[in-house]
Design a binder for this molecule. Structure first.
Ligand code: PLP
Length: 372
């Protein structure tokens, strides 16, 4: 048995920037200002440019980014309590929790069988009188079909929100970035994401001045002037330290996406085993930043054990669909067969910038040697 290499080597990823991150730390330490200050403003400006939007607003984490978008729209009267928000069942639970936390009702729908992203036909079928918004998750780093979702949103007067927590830097066919493709977008900078802080952090992006103003208030106790509170906001401020680190990490967004794409290209070309179903290469290469490389296998447990014996780590994103989570027991009887089937078959292979060629080789060889 070979020694397992890491599924994701966060220390190695961050140590590429040891000098710049240390400088950032010292800059903040010496400034004496640690929450919502010059570093946050600078990062917000830089991230807005990177996403091609008017506004980027730093918040505590990705869940808060999504929740605050929805709460901002409630403040603006665009959403009211009990309105329905349509989202994919096969996502990280945060997508649904944001809706619940804002006092809205999640409506879970099936993914597309090829991309695993939300299925536009399923969205349309789920639209009812109380449907007011759709959240498109760019799952595993691949842009959802925003053109068809935009058409639906326009036709049925729905807000279109991106959960871009896995898709920093993904570009559509016209070169427009994730974060600029809907009415608003939520990003996470949790350490394992494609742009990761050294702790929790998030941001939301939008072209909408009114929404931006509401969210800036909401993230800081509903206040735009000290000790004057216009709404019952929350504390979801971004730390200066994380913002300073993120300014460093942001410089690698494009080159890291390129590195991830190169590894994905090798896996797609060199993994060949009738028991494994590989993801389809996207028609537009830049529309996928490969947060995860996810294969399907009906004998997933045997495959994962085989990979482990071969010294290849793997993870499952995600083993339980949202409607089967105890937290959403009210949805247990929903009929979402494809989402349920995916949860039983998906397996994520290691893929990150700096993954050694020998480890890529080992992953390919182990996948090809698997016999069901
Ligand atoms: C990580 C993630 C989130 C939540 O981000 P946090 O920063 O952990 O709150 C939301 N949606 C998706 C799809 C994610 O992958």
């Amino acid at each position: 048995m070979s020694n397992m290499f890491p599924f994701l080597d966060l220390a190695a990823l961050n140590l590429r920037d040891e000098t710049a991150l240390t400088e950032a730390f010292q800059r903040v330490l010496r400034s004496g200002w640690y929450v919502l200050g010059a570093e946050v403003s600078a990062f917000e400006a830089e991230y807005a440019v990177a996403c091609g939007v008017q506004h980027a607003i730093g918040v505590g984490n990705g869940l808060d980014a999504l929740t605050l978008i929805l709460r901002g729209y409630i403040q603006l009267g665009r959403l009211v309590e009990g309105d329905e928000v349509i989202l994919p069942d096969n996502s990280f639970i945060a997508t649904a929790l944001a809706v619940s936390e804002a006092g809205l009702t999640p409506v879970l729908v099936e993914p597309d069988s090829v991309t695993f992203n939300i299925d536009s036909a399923a969205v349309e079928a789920a639209i009812g009188a109380r449907s007011k918004a759709v959240i498109a998750v760019h799952l595993y780093g691949q842009l959802a079909d925003m053109a068809s979702l935009r058409a639906l949103a326009d036709r049925y007067d729905l807000l279109l929100i991106e959960d871009a927590a896995q898709a920093h830097g993904a570009l559509d066919a016209q070169g427009r970035p994730a974060g600029s493709l809907g009415d608003a977008a939520g990003f996470s900078f949790f350490p394992v994401k494609n742009i990761g802080a050294l702790g929790d952090a998030g941001a939301l992006t939008t072209h909408d001045d009114a929404l931006a103003e509401q969210v800036r208030k909401l993230r800081s106790y509903g206040s735009s002037r000290k000790y004057v509170h216009e709404v019952q906001g929350v504390n979801s401020r971004l730390d200066e330290l994380q913002a300073a680190f993120l300014r460093v990490k942001l410089l690698r967004m494009e080159s890291d996406a390129y590195a991830r794409r190169k590894i994905a290209t090798r896996y797609l070309a060199e993994i060949c085993n009738p028991h494994l179903r590989l993801p389809q290469a996207p028609a537009v290469a830049s529309s996928h930043v490969w947060h995860q490389f996810v294969i399907r296998c009906e004998q997933r447990e045997a495959l994962q054990a085989h990979l482990e014996r071969s010294g290849v780590p793997s993870l499952i994103h995600y083993p339980i669909p949202i409607h089967k989570q105890q937290a959403y027991h009210g949805f247990a009887n929903l009929n979402l067969p494809l989402s349920s089937q995916l949860a039983g078959e998906v397996l994520s292979l290691p893929l990150y910038p700096g993954l050694a060629d020998t480890w890529i080789d080992r992953t390919i060889d182990a996948c090809n040697a698997f016999r069901a």
